[in-house]
Design a protein around this ligand. Structure first.
Ligand code: SF4
Ligand code: SF4
Length: 357
């Protein structure tokens, strides 16, 4: 906990303001054990509004809406007068594995394991803080609360990026087992939890309600996202269950991809897309099949690149490696893989790689 004691708690008074947000529907879903009809209606209306706005934008500007959004985003990535690159959002992936095994996981986490070491992460924060100024930072995984030194890691982010808001993206399943002191420390650091709800079973939601009560007790800010409904699948899978690369037109895959705004650092390298970063990491760790080797052609940037090179890389629209993603992601129901299924798939991948080697 040495890191925690040294950080300046500059945001401490912020925790005295409205400290928590509330989830609207969890208690209701807990009672009825399924997605309430107004949740489905809300999603349908949101999609229609978004499509309508996209069509209007296209009509008035003559620019396709996806292109319009990308141009707007590009304007927020620039080199400031101090020579540092401004970006709206930067992720640090601190864990590779996950306690859940979502079949629709776009980061291949059910097949991965391990965490980044604290020392490597802190050194990475130091190096990137000399060149990047992110408005918001998120710590992500897999499941970041699998990291045994998460408070030290969060404290180091606050020290090196004192002006960036810090979010932790979690499925919250491990939070009941987390020590009070850790939650208190995160609250004092004004960390926000971004909770993805991956199941709507009664037991899960009941446990989640208790967890949210605990967060409110510690005045730890959070927001919840329903990730069990309307989920899109971004990876193709073989009949045996393992993820397999698509053979898509990269431009179409990029255009229909909702993940190309997720800039992330993994093991000190900055990637335009965190999903691609995870594919490369999983392949190098032997956790997915050698048929993914196409992704190794991708060259991420490092803090040794110049600010202009980093800006240009982050403004890149479309990559040849996008061909491994499907052109049209499909909506799937959320499902958890069983431990046996994961073991069987991993065994199959290992066997296949051994034969191919
Ligand atoms: S909780 Fe998130 S990271 Fe974990 S397996 Fe599910 S989708 Fe992937
Ligand atoms: S590789 Fe391309 S298409 Fe695939 S997730 Fe990343 S940005 Fe999207």
């Amino acid at each position: 906990m040495a890191e925690i004691d040294n950080i300046p708690f500059c945001d401490r008074k912020a925790t005295n303001r409205t400290a928590v947000s509330k989830s609207n529907n969890i208690e209701v879903m807990d009672k009825i054990g399924r997605v309430p009809f107004w949740k489905k209606a809300e999603l349908a209306v949101t999609v229609r509004i978004k499509n309508g706005l996209a069509a209007l934008t296209e009509f008035f500007t003559g620019i396709p809406s996806a292109e319009y959004t990308d141009r707007k985003r590009d304007r927020r990535i620039f080199v400031g007068r101090d020579g540092k690159v401004r970006i709206p959002l930067l992720g640090f992936q601190i864990a590779f594995g996950c306690n859940l095994k979502c079949e629709h996981c776009c980061l291949m986490n059910p097949f991965q394991s391990g965490v980044s070491s604290k020392e490597v992460l802190i050194d990475s924060f130091r190096r990137w803080s000399e060149i990047l100024v992110p408005k918001k930072i998120y710590l992500s995984g897999g499941e970041p609360f699998l990291h045994p030194e998460i408070t030290d890691v969060a404290a180091a982010v606050k020290r090196y990026f004192p002006h960036s808001r810090l979010d932790i993206i979690t499925n919250a399943v491990l939070l009941p087992k987390i020590d009070d002191r850790i939650l208190q420390t995160l609250a004092r650091m004004n960390v926000h939890l971004n909770i993805s709800i991956h199941q709507n079973t009664s037991e899960y939601l009941a446990a989640l309600n208790q967890t949210l009560d605990r967060l409110r007790h510690f005045r730890l800010r959070y927001k919840t996202n329903d990730s069990f409904y309307g989920w899109q699948k971004f990876l193709e899978t073989a009949e045996t269950g393992e993820p397999i690369p698509a053979n898509s037109n990269p431009a179409t895959a990029w255009k229909n991809c909702s993940g190309h705004h997720c800039i992330a650092v993994i093991e000190d390298k900055l990637y335009r897309c965190n999903r691609l970063a995870y594919m490369i990491h999983a392949l190098q760790a032997g956790e997915i099949g050698l048929e993914w080797s196409r992704v190794l052609s991708h060259k991420p940037v490092t803090p040794d690149n110049s600010p202009e090179e980093i800006r240009n890389y982050l403004r890149m629209r479309g990559m040849p490696e996008c061909s491994v993603c499907p052109e049209r992601p499909v909506q799937v129901p959320a499902r958890q893989l069983s431990t046996e299924e994961v073991l069987r798939i991993k065994q199959h991948i290992r066997q296949k790689n051994k034969e191919a080697a």
